[in-house]
Design a protein around this ligand. Structure first.
Ligand code: OOG
Ligand code: NI
Length: 462
C-alpha cells in the first residue's frame, strides 16, 4: 500500500521531473538552490536547519496552477485531497495587484506537523473570476463561462482514484501508479492548438485570463524550490545570465530573524505553442506564461505580527525612495530583532518543549513562560510559515505580465471571500492563523502537563 504522504512525495517529484523537461531553466534554478543550501549549511551548521531539516528543505517545492470555475477548483481539491492536502487561506489578487489579475486563490497543503515534516508540498491555486465586471463585460463573461463549462481538466478515472485515496488514505501500488500518471499528465502543457483569436480577446483583458480561459486544459505555471539565502541565489542566477525580475518580494533582508516568506522569480520564457488562426490553419507561435520562482521561508507570525507587517508595507508604499533600504530601516525600527522578543510580544508563533536535561536540583519550575525560558526549563522552536502573501503573489503575477491588461475600476467588483470559496468547493478553507495557533497552544499544554505547572504567559494564562 502507498500512503498519502508517499503519494504526495512521489507526485511532487514526478511533477518536478516533468517541469524540468518542459522548462530547462527550472533545473538550473533547482541546481543553484541546492548549491546555495549546501554552502549555507556548511557556513552555519545546525542554525541553518532551525526552520526545517536540510532533507525537508531540499525536497521542498510549491507549485502554482490556475483554473477557471468553482467546479474545476472542487475537482482540484479532490486530486490534492488524495495527497493529504487541504485548502488553506484565501488570497484576493484582484485587490492586491494594480494591473489586471482577475483571480482569487487558496493554497492546498498538508496541515499536520508530521505530514509537513514528511513532505511539505503545496500548490498555490488560482481561480478566474469571470463574474467580476471590472474585467469582463456581460458578453465576454457569457462566452468565457460557456467555453469553461465545455472543457474537462481531469478525467473521471483520475477523480475516482483520488476519491478512493482520500477516503482510504492510501492506494494499492498499481492504483497509485495509475493515479500518479494521470495526475501528472493533467498538469502537462498541452500540445492541442490554441484558438488564437479567442486567446487574444482574453489577453486584451488580462494575460492571466488568457492563460486560464484561452485553452482547453490546465498546466503547472511554476514549481518553486526553497532556498536558505535568497539574496545569494539571486546573485548567482544573475551571474549565470538568467534575467531575474527586479525585486525580491516580501520582508527585506535584515539582521533579525527571518519572518514569513521572501520570493523572487526569473522572467517568463517564450515557449513554442501551436496556434489555430481564424482561417483554420495551425501555425507555430510562442507564448510567455511560465516562469521560475524561488522562495525563502521564515517564522510564521501571529495576527498582530501580520498587522505589523501590513502596516510597514503601507508605510513603504508612501515613499518613493529606495524601497529596499527603507524597508530595512523600517524593520529595524519596528520589528523585534530576536526570536525571544518576537515570542514575548506575541508577534510570531513557536512551539515550546521541556528541556530534557533541565536543572535537577529539586527546585520547582516557575509558572511564567518567560522564567521557564530564561532559567532553561523550556526552549522555543520557531514554527515555519507554510503559506503565502497576497501582495507578494500579486507582485509575482504582475512582474511576469508584459502588459497591464485592462480593468474598469468604476465598476463594483464581484465579492468573493473565504466562506464563499468553502461553499463553492464543498470543503472548509482553513484559516492559517488558527493552524499555527493550535500548534503553539498544544505544545504549551504539553509543557504544562510535563512540568505540572499552571503556565502563565505575559498576556495571562496559556
Ligand atoms: C501564482 C503567482 C503567485 C506565489 O508563490 O505567491 C505565486 C501564479 O502565477 O499562478 O506563485
Ligand atoms: Ni509561487
Amino acid at each position: 500500500m502507498i500512503s498519502q504522504w508517499q503519494l504526495r512525495a512521489a507526485f511532487a517529484a514526478r511533477l518536478s521531473d516533468m517541469y524540468g523537461r518542459e522548462v530547462p531553466a527550472y533545473t538550473t534554478l533547482v541546481d543553484v538552490s541546492r548549491e546555495v543550501n549546501e554552502d549555507v549549511l556548511r557556513a552555519q551548521g545546525a542554525d541553518a536547519e532551525r526552520l526545517g531539516s536540510i532533507g525537508r528543505v531540499t525536497a521542498e517545492r510549491h507549485g502554482a496552477i490556475r483554473v477557471g470555475t468553482p467546479a474545476e477548483l472542487a475537482q482540484v481539491a479532490r486530486v490534492f485531497g488524495a495527497l493529504g492536502m487541504r485548502p488553506v487561506g484565501f488570497y484576493d489578487l484582484r485587490e492586491a495587484a494594480a494591473s489586471a489579475v482577475p483571480v482569487v486563490s487558496t493554497a492546498f497543503r498538508p496541515v499536520d506537523r508530521e505530514e509537513l515534516a514528511r513532505n511539505p508540498f503545496r500548490v498555490f491555486t488560482s481561480m478566474l473570476t469571470p463574474a467580476d465586471p471590472r474585467f469582463f463585460d456581460a458578453d465576454l463573461r457569457a462566452r468565457l463561462e460557456t467555453f469553461l463549462a465545455g472543457r474537462e481538466l481531469f478525467p473521471p478515472e483520475l477523480l475516482a482514484l483520488a476519491d478512493r485515496a482520500e477516503a482510504e488514505r492510501e492506494l494499492p501500488e498499481d492504483d497509485a501508479e495509475r493515479f500518479l500518471q494521470l495526475a501528472v499528465t493533467a498538469f502537462e502543457l498541452s500540445t492541442e492548438p490554441i484558438d488564437r483569436a479567442w486567446y487574444e480577446t482574453l489577453e486584451r483583458v488580462s494575460a492571466v485570463a488568457a492563460d486560464i480561459g484561452g485553452v482547453r486544459s490546465t498546466h503547472i505555471n511554476h514549481l518553486t524550490p526553497r532556498v536558505l539565502d535568497i539574496d545569494e541565489l539571486y546573485r548567482r542566477m544573475t551571474e549565470r545570465g538568467i534575467e531575474m525580475i527586479d525585486t525580491i518580494q516580501g520582508p527585506p533582508r535584515w539582521k533579525g530573524p527571518d519572518l514569513l516568506l521572501r520570493q523572487t522569480s526569473f522572467r517568463a520564457l517564450a515557449e513554442p505553442r501551436a496556434l489555430r488562426t481564424p482561417d483554420g490553419q495551425v501555425t507555430s507561435g510562442a507564448l510567455r506564461v511560465r516562469f521560475g520562482e524561488v522562495e525563502a521561508r521564515g517564522i510564521a507570525v501571529t495576527r498582530e505580527g501580520r498587522a505589523l507587517y501590513d502596516r510597514l508595507l503601507t508605510l513603504l508604499d508612501q515613499q518613493a525612495a529606495d524601497r529596499a533600504e527603507l524597508a530595512r530601516t523600517l524593520w529595524t525600527e519596528h520589528v523585534p530583532g530576536t526570536e525571544r522578543e518576537l515570542a514575548a510580544r506575541e508577534l510570531a508563533y513557536f512551539t515550546y518543549h521541556v528541556v530534557p536535561d533541565r536543572p535537577q536540583d529539586g527546585s520547582r519550575p516557575p509558572q511564567a513562560l518567560d522564567d521557564l525560558l530564561a532559567q532553561g526549563w523550556v526552549r522555543a522552536e520557531p514554527i515555519v510559515y507554510e503559506d503565502f502573501l497576497p501582495r507578494s503573489a500579486a507582485g509575482i503575477f504582475q512582474s511576469n505580465l508584459s502588459d497591464a491588461g485592462s480593468r474598469d475600476n468604476e465598476q463594483q467588483g464581484a465579492a468573493y471571500d473565504s466562506d464563499w470559496l468553502s461553499g463553492a468547493i464543498g470543503r472548509e478553507v482553513l484559516d492559517p492563523f488558527a493552524l499555527y495557533e493550535r500548534q503553539q497552544s498544544e505544545s504549551l499544554a504539553r509543557v504544562a502537563a510535563e512540568l505540572d505547572v499552571r503556565l502563565t504567559t505575559r498576556k495571562g494564562a496559556a
